[in-house]
Design a protein around this ligand. Structure first.
Ligand SMILES: [Zn+2]
Length: 198
C-alpha cells in the first residue's frame, strides 16, 4: 500500500527492485510457503524495505517484486516486526472502511471494507514465531499485503459503485497488452476470493 507522506529515507540503488504492475499475471499467482528461513531471505527482506520506502509505500508483498513467496514487509515497525513470513490470520473482528491504494496500481485509491482487528501469526526473519494483535492501519496493511500472497488485489474487493470507474481506468492502462485478460477485467472467478467468501 502506498502512503502520500513524503519520504526522506535514503535509497540504495543496488537494493531497489522493479515493481510488478496491474495486468502482470505474476501478481495473480498463489505464492508458496517459505520452507525455511535461510539463504538470501534476510537480504531480500532488506531490499523489499528499501524498495517500499523508495516507492513511498507502507507495505509491500514479495510477489510485487517478482518473487512468489509468502513474505511481506510493512512500514509500521514500531508496532510489529517489519518483515513477516508465512503470515496467517487466526481470527478477525469488526469492520472498517479505508481508502486503499497499491504500489502495483499507482494513483488509484478506492474504499475497501475489511475486518478492523486481526490476530495474526507469522515467522520473523530470526525464525521466531510472531503472535500479533493488530488493528487500525497495521491490520489494514497486513490484510492488503496478505491478499497479494493469494493473488488478490484490493480492486477485487471494492464495492459495486466504485467498480465502473475503476474498471474503465484499469482497462485503459492495460489496453492492448496481455494484462487485458486480468480476472478483474474479464470477470473470471478468482479462486482465493471465492474460498474466502465461502
Ligand atoms: Zn498492494
Amino acid at each position: 500500500m502506498p502512503t502520500r507522506r513524503p519520504s526522506d529515507d535514503v535509497t540504495l540503488d543496488e537494493a531497489l527492485m522493479p515493481l510488478r504492475y496491474f495486468g502482470d499475471q505474476f501478481l495473480r499467482r498463489q505464492a508458496a510457503e517459505v520452507a525455511d528461513i535461510s539463504g538470501d531471505l534476510a537480504a531480500f527482506g532488506q531490499k523489499m524495505l528499501v524498495t517500499m520506502d523508495h516507492e513511498v509505500g507502507i507495505g509491500l508483498a514479495a510477489p510485487q517484486v517478482g518473487r512468489s513467496i509468502r513474505m511481506l514487509v510493512h512500514g509500521l515497525p514500531d508496532e510489529a516486526p517489519a518483515v513477516l513470513i508465512n503470515p496467517v490470520i487466526v481470527e478477525s473482528r469488526g469492520e472498517s472502511v479505508y481508502q486503499e491504494g497499491c504500489l502495483s496500481i499507482p494513483g488509484l485509491y478506492v474504499d475497501v471494507v475489511r475486518p478492523e482487528e486481526i490476530h495474526l501469526r507469522a515467522w520473523g526473519l530470526d525464525g521466531e514465531e510472531i503472535d500479533l494483535d493488530a488493528d487500525g492501519l497495521l491490520a489494514r496493511v497486513c490484510q492488503h499485503e496478505m491478499d497479494h500472497l493469494d493473488g488478490l488485489l484490493f480492486v477485487d474487493r471494492i464495492g459495486v459503485e466504485d467498480r465502473i470507474a475503476t474498471e474503465a481506468e484499469l482497462r485503459k492502462r492495460v489496453s492492448g497488452t496481455l494484462g487485458s485478460s486480468d480476472p478483474f477485467l474479464t470477470g473470471k472467478a478468482i479462486k482465493a476470493l471465492l474460498r474466502k467468501h465461502a
